[in-house]
Design a protein around this ligand. Structure first.
Ligand code: MRU
Length: 351
């Protein structure tokens, strides 16, 4: 299958090209960005979104913007690059991939600096590092797809929440990766996509990319997950993640934890799929993660139409915390992790 790469460099490698996901499914429009404020805004406003894609965009943003810095003095260059890193880090708080990618670029800077490299050489290293992050992400999606498929059988009904496909990453995604792998293997899955209130990533993005790739996908409203499980239409839930903490708690799009609790009630396995860049062993539990609060207008004035009186307050946390006890397994590019998560995540990912 062919998926869209949501964030990459243009041909002359001086601009970040992103697919503006706020316009989907109506319009496929690419934006070319080279100003730090525009890249920051694109991440903040979810023009590019999904944990790995945010990380990739931030890494390319670091390269594109630092490449325009004119000084040849390494110390002066370093000061500006550090400011850039800190600026991009303020765009969104929850997906750890953003900080992971920025730290990775910074580590590369320090390595090149320690080796006595010039500003131009450091810029070339930045290009290399950001491109490696993209390629690595594509390979991780393939591996996650392969491991995920081991847990599934032909003809199964699968439920997913939000969008954790190619549009959230750079290849076949994470939660959607086994669905694409299954398509290649002739598995004929029946996929249900939660619409994912309030920004509808499930109906606008997941159904869009799965349909375009030729998979059998049906959109349901978030509050229909219980009835489709009760009716026996769902054999497994597959979701992506913005952060997996050391104890195996999962931070993902708001509504994920409700689906997990329902899945337990109905005896449906609940699988979380993500790459190592989403595993955060430095944060002990989900309660230690900052949950992004977004504009109340996303609820009260969604997509340009008032859906609640203007005087009424709306509370809009963008993510929730799924307790590890609801997670049947975590599927990564390194293999399938089962409880106890603290020990098993450490075994696979420490160092
Ligand atoms: O707010 P978004 O659209 O960036 O949220 C995205 C999600 O919650 C995804 O499920 C998550 O990032 C996993 S992406 C592989």
């Amino acid at each position: 299958m062919k998926t869209i790469v949501p964030a990459l460099l243009n041909e002359s490698k001086d601009k970040l090209v992103i697919l503006d996901q706020t316009l989907l499914p109506e319009q496929e429009k690419f934006l070319e960005l080279d100003k730090r404020e525009d890249i920051w805004e694109a991440i903040k406003k979810l023009r590019v979104r999904g944990a790995p894609a945010i990380g990739i965009s931030a890494a390319f943003g670091m390269y594109v913007c630092s490449n325009k810095i004119e000084t040849k003095d390494v110390a002066a260059f370093k000061k500006e690059v550090k400011e850039l890193k800190e600026y991009f880090a303020t765009s969104r708080p929850t997906a750890v991939n953003l900080f992971w990618a920025l730290d990775r670029m910074w580590t590369r800077f320090e390595k090149e600096e320690a080796a006595g490299k010039s500003v131009d050489e450091i810029k070339a290293a930045f290009l290399e590092e950001s491109e490696e992050i993209l390629v690595e992400d594509q390979k991780m999606g393939e591996a996650i797809g392969k491991y995920g498929l081991e847990l599934l059988k032909p003809g199964m009904g699968l439920l997913t929440h939000c969008n954790a496909g190619g549009l959230a990453c750079s290849g076949i995604g994470t939660a959607l990766a086994p669905m694409y792998a299954g398509q290649d293997a002739g598995y004929d899955f029946k996929i249900y996509a939660d619409e994912t209130r309030p920004l509808l990533q499930g109906s606008r993005l997941t159904s869009y990319e799965l349909y375009k790739a030729g998979l059998d996908v049906t959109v349901i409203c978030d509050n229909m997950a219980s009835i489709v499980m009760r009716q026996g239409k769902i054999d497994a839930v597959l979701v992506g993640t913005d952060r997996i903490t050391a104890n195996g708690d999962v931070i993902n799009k708001i509504g994920t934890s409700g689906v997990a609790i329902l899945a337990k009630e109905y005896g449906v396995p609940f699988y979380v799929l993500g790459p190592y860049s989403t595993v955060d062993l430095n944060t002990p539990t989900g309660n230690d993660v900052e949950i992004e609060l977004r504009d109340s207008d996303e609820i009260g004035n969604g997509f340009g139409r008032r859906t609640a009186p203007v005087e009424v307050k709306a509370y809009n946390p963008a993510f929730d915390i799924t307790d590890n006890k609801y997670v049947t397994a975590i599927i990564t590019e390194k293999g399938i992790v089962k409880p106890p998560y603290k020990e098993n995540l450490e075994k696979l990912f420490k160092g």
